[in-house]
Design a binder for this molecule. Structure first.
Ligand code: NAD
Ligand code: G3P
Length: 355
């Protein structure tokens, strides 16, 4: 493992900590790189022994982060109990579909008071649970936080200037994560609205697929701005009805993340939308991507939930019809454009006309 001390940047308070990162994909790798460059000892858990061996020998995770060499004290392992046992703080970057199963299987490895932070932007299929709620249910003795924001893994790994949000009720959790991760290219802002921050990260994936579709169809810049802004209106309407703070959607974890994923072909969700817009079948687009695009699962869950609680979400409904129904893209666009013209910002002028 290369030990390039010249590229180290000690985090804000200069002390070295043992941390664990669970999940050997793109985002787990990006966060491991930041933590190790900040001078911390990173116990990097992944399930594939060959991948762990490659990271140990070369500092590279070629499957998920080709060409990016990590330096510092990184200890790859396939033993989750060892990683969690040695860590003061644990970051979890496991896709939402596997999140609960991994935490549940290793429940007894987590200590009382240990800080556990979810990096995952998805929703559990049964019961519409967010990852922090799963952590609360599975390991209630731990102190829980959520990290979310406009954070394309490849850009962070490239040390491009980036900001994110740590959301936690406990101020010590917020401060600890800011100290661990903050450095000259990565800024960590704080929020207490855990539910809103986490829901923002999950919901924006849906609109990134819509934006990818629009881009494939060459709809133009006005249409892109309309989709992003109406997407923001729709996702905040939904989130607020479930208890999120509307102001969270003005921040990095709301509009910030929505903008980056709806405008960048580095977003996997955007790329899936683009491929479908170009005529590819959804299954083929996902297979070709070879990485997780949480939005395709989130879409189904949010469509069901919004119908169950009576929240108007025309973009969700339209995208669902395109991806999982029989409607043509053209028919969905026509029906969206011919729908009742309503309030711009409904926190100022409430929607008065029924859907
Ligand atoms: N990549 C990004 O830019 C980014 C940024 C912010 C947040 N996220 C979120 O982080 C989460 C993880 O995404 P990613 O980008 O790392 O995905 P990825 O597709 O790059 O990698 C997924 C990783 O999860 C592992 N995995 C899958 N099932 C598993 C299981 N049952 N047990 C253990 N490991 C398992 C895979 O082996 C792989 O290492 C997602 O919710 C995503 O939305 C990603
Ligand atoms: O590549 P995506 O679409 O999963 O998006 C990655 C991050 O969530 C961007 O903040």
């Amino acid at each position: 493992m290369p030990e390039n001390t010249s590229s180290r940047h000690t985090g804000n308070n200069g002390s070295v900590h043992d941390v664990a990162v669970l999940g050997g994909g793109s985002f787990g790798t990006a966060m491991t790189k930041v933590l190790a460059e900040n001078g911390h000892r990173v116990h990097f858990w992944m399930r594939d022994p060959a991948q762990a061996e490659e990271v140990r020998k070369t500092g590279i995770n070629s499957r998920y982060m080709p060409g990016i060499e990590m330096s510092g004290d990184i200890q790859p392992t396939t033993d989750l109990a060892e990683a969690v046992g040695k860590a003061e703080i644990v970051f979890v970057a496991i896709p939402s579909k596997a999140f609960r199963a991994v935490i549940r299987e290793h429940n007894s490895d987590f200590r009382a008071g240990q800080i556990v932070v979810s990096l995952t932007k998805g929703i559990e299929e049964h019961g519409f649970k967010l990852m922090s709620e799963i952590l609360q249910e599975e390991i209630p003795r731990c102190r829980i936080g959520v990290l979310s924001g406009p954070n394309l893994a490849a850009e962070i790994a490239n040390r491009d200037l980036t900001a994110t949000v740590i959301a936690a009720k406990d101020p010590e959790v917020r401060r600890a994560v800011q100290d661990l991760l903050g450095c000259e290219y990565f800024r960590v802002y704080a929020n207490v609205d855990v539910y809103g921050v986490e829901l923002g990260g999950a919901l924006k994936n849906i609109y990134a697929i819509v934006a990818g579709l629009a881009s494939a169809l060459d709809m133009g810049e006005n249409a892109k701005a309309m989709l992003i802004t109406r997407g923001l209106a729709e996702m905040s309407r939904f989130a607020v009805s479930l208890g999120a703070n509307p102001m969270t959607f003005m921040g990095l974890a709301g509009v910030g993340d929505l903008v980056v994923t709806c405008t960048s072909s580095k977003s996997r969700n955007y790329r899936v939308g683009y491929a479908v817009g170009k005529g590819q079948q959804l299954d083929d687009a996902v297979r070709e991507l070879g990485q997780v695009a949480e939005g395709i699962y989130t879409l189904k869950l949010v469509k069901e939930k919004s119908e169950a609680i009576g929240i108007y979400m025309p973009l969700v409904r339209g995208l669902y019809e395109i991806l999982y129904g029989t409607a043509s893209i053209k028919a969905v666009i026509n029906s969206l454009m011919m729908a009742v013209q309503n309030s711009d910002v409904e926190f100022i002028l409430p929607r008065t006309i029924s859907q």
